[in-house]
Ligand binder design. Structure first.
Ligand code: HEM
Length: 147
């Protein structure tokens, strides 16, 4: 029984990291699509193409990935007893921040689809730095477990 759980644990962790990579790929791509989208004329055919691309990225990659990362992450937390550990509390805070960032991008895609361009290209490029910083901190926390 113990071996089965241990094997299952590593499959959970493998699945967790695979979908973390998909989720991060989507979070890195979407603001970049917004930058190019906003360079297209508002009512042009190209504008409609960008709206479609953003919708597909959200529906096919980002949404399924965030769900699987959370489900497998919570299962890992129960299996490893991580709930009581300081590194995990800090990690969870950062991941909640990343999930809010995901929500913000999803809302902005909706705005762009309605023709509302409220952020500049420079602001969008700055926004694109957020997941990079968060990922570095999260991976250090979960590998080094400093506290
Ligand atoms: C969404 C909520 C998340 C939860 C609840 C969660 C929870 C966990 C838990 C409990 C482990 C097992 C730790 C261990 O065995 O030592 C783990 C492993 C891991 N997590 Fe997450 N995680 C989440 C999101 C993320 C995100 C967003 C990233 C990266 C950006 C990430 C990266 C990793 C890595 C790299 C490992 C493997 C660590 C190792 O092998 O020691 N996780 N996660």
């Amino acid at each position: 029984m113990h071996d089965t759980l241990a094997t299952l644990y590593y499959w959970l962790k493998a699945g967790h990291i695979i979908f973390v990579i998909f989720w991060m790929a989507g979070l890195f791509m979407l603001p970049r699509l917004f930058v190019y989208h906003q360079e297209a004329a508002p009512d042009s055919p190209e504008n409609a193409v960008w709206i479609d691309r953003e919708r597909k990225l959200l529906k096919i990659i980002l949404m399924p990935s965030i769900v699987v990362v959370w489900v497998l992450g919570i299962l890992l937390a129960y299996a490893s007893g991580a709930w009581s550990q300081g590194w995990f509390h800090a990690k969870l805070l950062l991941v909640l921040g990343l999930s809010a960032y995901h929500g913000y991008l999803s809302a902005y895609a909706g705005k762009l689809a309605r023709g509302e361009r409220t952020l500049t290209g420079k602001q969008l490029r700055l926004l694109n730095e957020v997941p990079g910083i968060a990922v570095a901190l999260i991976v250090i926390l979960v590998i080094i477990k400093p506290f």
